[in-house]
Design a protein around this ligand. Structure first.
Ligand SMILES: Nc1ncnc2c1ncn2[C@@H]1O[C@H](COP(=O)(O)OP(=O)(O)OP(=O)(O)O)[C@@H](O)[C@H]1O
Ligand SMILES: [Mg+2]
Length: 376
């Protein structure tokens, strides 16, 4: 029995705007860990993750792998879209003996075998799978094994967690719907075959009935995108700037954050624009910045105004009052906040430096930086 009850939110990257989905996944994990469920030769857990693209479904599957199996890479992945055509199931479960490729077995089955069944089995775009794919997964859900047709072997999945993902009904607000109603809606939703153009629905009710948890991931809001940008900047970009430029450009002013969020298109384009915007607005600006500050003892912050674009402001010169005014907060709160932020950044940067300390080429530079950061 597993006794580790860590939340999937405590692993990997923090997921914003998915409290409800995360708490339901966590609950299923605690339930499975409790040892109180009768398993009857079925997988440890099974999920259907519903939601639009780029809201954290795959990320959550990896987090599950970390919580359950100690390694976020213990994920056997397969995209049902890859086997949408006739005979497509050969790819997943292996072509029968005599067919081309039968010496290698199935892509999905052999990954699961390599993990000895102790892994998350992640099937993306499940709605695009053929009936044979659904039948193969049904055996896994119901009987606790997957059959590889090439080698005629049954691979046990009783220690595995099955996660299927789908964008089906992504535009439908199903908040607060009872579980039964959600499952019925899935079974009734049209799925268009992009080859034939015809609509049908591959989800049989008996298949849906065997999935333990149908979890809805919410669409992200503008504020979630802003939080993601701020988090990525502080934890990735600011750390890299500290390590490589020896400069503590520790935060984004609210105006700068607002401008980045606007450039990312807010929630409209989703999270995938976030990296692009940080690259073009911040990194490209920094590498060609006129009069880049050189005082390694000071903290800086990105600010933004319409005329000058993104500028680097010296917090020591302008003081915390600058931030307080912008944030419309009392000075106390801001100073506290800045101290926390600065300590956090210093810690993350130091960890990064330590992780790289083995590399002789940068060791000297790293020592200088570490010294500066400790002195500061
Ligand atoms: N809620 C979120 N909070 C923070 N970052 C997120 C969130 N959702 C997604 N991301 C970021 O976007 C990346 C892509 O997310 P992910 O692969 O989990 O999307 P998905 O829901 O599986 O989408 P798709 O349906 O296209 O497969 C993640 O690696 C992460 O960096
Ligand atoms: Mg995904």
């Amino acid at each position: 029995m597993h006794t580790n009850n860590t939340s999937i939110a405590d692993t990997g990257i923090p997921l914003f705007g998915q409290k409800e989905a995360i708490s339901r996944v966590d609950k299923a994990v605690r339930r499975a860990n409790s040892g109180l469920m009768s398993r009857q030769g079925k997988p440890l857990m099974s999920f259907l993750f519903l939601g639009p693209s780029g809201v954290g479904k795959t990320e959550s599957a990896k987090a599950l792998a970390e919580v359950l199996y100690g390694d976020r890479n213990r994920v056997a992945r397969f995209n049902a879209n890859e086997c949408a055509g006739e005979g497509g199931q050969f790819k997943a479960f292996g072509p029968p003996r005599g067919y081309a490729g039968s010496d290698k077995g199935g892509l999905l089955t052999q990954q699961v075998k390599a993990f000895e069944g102790r892994c998350v089995i992640l099937v993306d775009e499940i709605e695009k799978g053929t009936q044979e794919i659904f039948d193969g997964l049904m055996a896994a859900l119901d009987e606790g094994y997957m059959e590889d047709a090439s080698f005629g072997e049954r691979i046990p999945v009783t220690g595995a967690t099955i996660v299927m993902t789908s964008n089906i009904l992504a535009g439908t607000d199903m908040a607060g719907w009872p579980d039964e109603k959600v499952r019925m809606a899935i079974a009734g939703a049209p799925v268009q075959n992009h080859k034939t153009g015809l609509s049908s629905n591959p989800f049989r009710l008996e298949f849906l009935g065997r999935i333990q948890e149908v979890i809805q991931f919410a669409s992200l809001e503008d504020t979630d995108i802003a939080l993601i940008i701020a988090h990525k900047y502080r934890n990735e970009t600011a750390v890299k700037i500290a390590v490589n430029y020896h400069l503590l450009i520790i935060d984004l002013s609210p105006k700068a954050l607002g401008a980045l969020c606007a450039q990312a298109g807010g929630a409209k384009f989703g999270v995938r624009q976030v990296d692009n915007v940080i690259t073009t607005a911040i990194i490209d600006r920094l590498i060609d910045y006129p009069n880049l500050p050189t005082d390694t003892r000071c903290s800086y912050i990105w600010d933004f105004d319409e005329d000058t674009g993104f500028t680097i402001e010296n917090l020591h010169q302008r003081g915390c009052r600058f931030l307080a005014e912008q944030r419309d907060e009392s000075l106390n709160v801001t100073e506290e906040k800045m101290t926390v932020l600065r300590e956090h950044l210093t810690k993350v940067a130091l960890d990064d430096v330590r992780a790289r300390a083995d590399k002789p080429a940068t060791a000297e530079g790293n020592n200088v930086l570490m010294h500066r950061m400790i002195v500061n």
